[in-house]
Design a protein around this ligand. Structure first.
Ligand SMILES: Nc1ncnc2c1ncn2[C@@H]1O[C@H](COP(=O)(O)OP(=O)(O)OP(=O)(O)O)[C@@H](O)[C@H]1O
Ligand SMILES: O=c1[nH]c(=O)c2[nH+]cn([C@@H]3O[C@H](COP(=O)(O)O)[C@@H](O)[C@H]3O)c2[nH]1
Ligand SMILES: NC(=O)CC[C@H](N)C(=O)O
Ligand SMILES: [Mg+2]
Length: 510
């Protein structure tokens, strides 16, 4: 079934994904497209509304991103946000200029609203601004519908043509009632009905999967993480026993993880599951290797080998299920970025085997994937698990990876997670884990000298893992974590807490 669609036209803003998520939260399906997209293509997509994002450029400069004027003639409602309102104004003959130092607005800003369809039901007067440039002359047919002390056009409209713009950022959390502005635009101006719900997604997807796959055979690399689990369950609902999941226990999993994943998928979902136990094989390959990229490459390659072997044993498989989600799709559009670390990706494998790729979660954000997972009956413990990297403890044991070090780390990590759950902090934190740096330190226990490993613990807040801040863990919790690890884990005698944000740090230590 085709859903109502709203397009977010990307002018390079920091919060583009957030805009798309906010639209989805209002039950409207939404996609992000580059500003260079052809107008005919946009028309063919038949959107109910279009949103222009912010961006780092200045609309009055010759080489800044522009869109053809024709977009304003196709009769589709448009909302411009920040750079979006500026570029709309510039193209339609208004004037945009650089603000003086006194006129720049950053952060929370007081605003006065006039009456408008997009401000219906708003009772507060604080918005969140981030701009230097401002509109000092409106395009013809527009009126200013909000003002701040320094910004005469904090919002504008041409109600007849359904063209709207806001200088502030309604998508960010700190913009009071920003969600209402977006909702008003969608429901009052675009006239959507809100047909994007998890129920409809599941039903539509299952139907679509049945049609594409038919009675062919499908393989899924299952990690027990959120994305691949939800993808597997969805495909299983559609095609049942023609799906086989392969779960690689490389010996670099957390305490009890292998058994837990196996239990959930065998008992609760009754799926064909192959658990490949290959601890010795992975640890053997990693012996003597200390350099992080070398370790990642070895693990990534070994994953591929295991998959090839398993799929050869199964005979011809026609499809490969991947847990790709929307941020992966959007981010792969940015090919310029430097390689910081090679994320293993069992995803692209194995090239020389003739699989067709199935990506049932390709349009979804992580929070939507979680919602779908819950609806499919996957247990909460799995759905709200923190992300866990494919190379696992291989990149959390710093330096050479050995079974002894993995065991120490598994124990420390399990205690750490226990305490976070006990204090109700697990869900508040985006990702938390212990690491084992290749460092031994001296301690004293029961009047005896100890010489044992240092354990590092990390907890971060984030929305997507791209940037993150260290979590301000309460002291009493830190104290308990340190006490229990040092007392209960043989081989560890000291604990440190990582207080580095990303950037400049990364989340994982390797
Ligand atoms: N131990 C494993 N066995 C089989 N496949 C794996 C394993 N670890 C990772 N993968 C594959 O690699 C993909 C990418 O891993 P990634 O960690 O990004 O996603 P995930 O594990 O599904 O979800 P999450 O982000 O919640 O951890 C997985 O979707 C899965 O297909
Ligand atoms: O599937 C994965 N394979 C990998 O190789 C990998 N490396 C890092 N991560 C996870 O990605 C997020 C960002 O991590 P970094 O800040 O360390 O790059 C964090 O959530 C990391 O745990 C990985 N996930
Ligand atoms: N956040 C934005 O979209 C900024 C727009 C423009 N670069 C300005 O400084 O005003
Ligand atoms: Mg994972």
């Amino acid at each position: 079934m085709k859903h109502e669609l709203v397009l977010v036209v990307d002018f390079g803003g920091q919060y583009n994904q957030l805009i798309a998520r906010r639209v989805r939260e209002n039950n409207v399906y939404c996609e992000i497209i580059p500003y260079t997209t052809d107008i005919d293509k946009i028309k063919a997509m038949n959107p109910k509304g279009i949103i222009f994002t912010g961006g780092p450029n200045s609309a009055y400069l010759e080489n800044s991103p522009k869109i053809a004027k024709e977009i304003f003639e196709i009769g589709v409602p448009i909302l411009g946000i920040c750079y979006g309102i500026q570029v709309m104004s510039h193209i339609l003959g208004g004037n945009v200029r650089k603000g003086t130092n006194a006129e720049k607005e950053y952060g929370k800003t007081e605003i006065a609203y006039n009456e408008s369809a997009i401000f219906e039901g708003i009772s507060t007067n604080i918005v969140w601004m981030s701009h230097t440039d401002l509109i000092d002359k409106l395009p013809e047919g527009f009126k200013s519908i909000a003002q701040t002390k320094d910004c005469p056009v904090a919002a504008m409209e041409n109600a007849e043509k359904k063209l709207y713009g806001v200088q502030f950022h309604p998508e960010v959390e700190h913009c009071q009632e920003g969600d209402k502005v977006l909702k008003n635009f969608l429901y009052n101006v675009c006239g959507v009905s809100g047909d994007w719900t998890t129920d409809s997604f599941i039903a539509d997807k299952i139907k679509e999967l049945k049609e594409t796959i038919g009675d062919k055979k499908v393989l899924c690399a299952l990690s027990g993480g959120v994305d691949s689990s939800v993808a597997a369950v969805l495909v299983h609902r559609a095609i049942g026993d023609n799906l086989t999941c392969v779960f690689v226990d490389h010996g670099l999993l957390r305490k009890n993880e292998g058994d837990d994943v196996e239990r959930i998928f065998r008992d609760k979902f009754d799926m064909n599951l192959i658990r490949v136990n290959c601890e010795d094989r992975f640890l053997g390959k990693l012996k003597g290797i200390t350099e992080p990229e070398a370790k990642r490459k070895i693990i990534g390659e070994e994953f591929i080998r295991v998959f090839e072997e398993e799929s050869n044993k199964l005979g011809k498989m026609d499809f490969l299920v991947q847990g790709t989600i929307y941020p992966d799709v959007v981010e792969s559009g940015h090919g310029e970025a430097a390689t910081i670390k090679s994320h293993h990706n069992v995803g692209g494998i194995p090239e020389d085997i003739e699989f067709q790729i199935v990506e049932p979660l390709r349009e979804l954000f992580k929070d939507e994937v979680r919602k779908i997972g819950l609806e499919l009956g996957i247990e909460e413990g799995l759905i709200f698990r923190h992300p866990f990297p494919g190379p696992g403890l291989g990149i959390r044991v710093i330096g050479e990876v050995t079974k002894e070090k993995c065991d120490i780390l598994r124990e420390a990590d399990a205690i750490y997670m226990d305490i976070l759950k006990e204090h109700g902090l697990y869900r508040e934190i985006w990702q938390a884990f212990a690491t084992l740096p290749d460092v031994k330190t001296v301690g004293v226990m029961g009047d005896e000298r100890t010489y044992a490993y240092l354990v590092g613990i990390r907890a971060v807040t984030s929305s997507d893992g791209m940037t993150s801040d260290w979590y301000k863990m309460p002291y009493d919790v830190l104290e308990k974590i340190s006490n229990r690890i040092v007392n209960e884990v043989d081989g560890a005698n000291r604990v440190v807490y990582d207080i580095t944000s990303k950037p400049p740090g990364t989340i994982e230590w390797e």
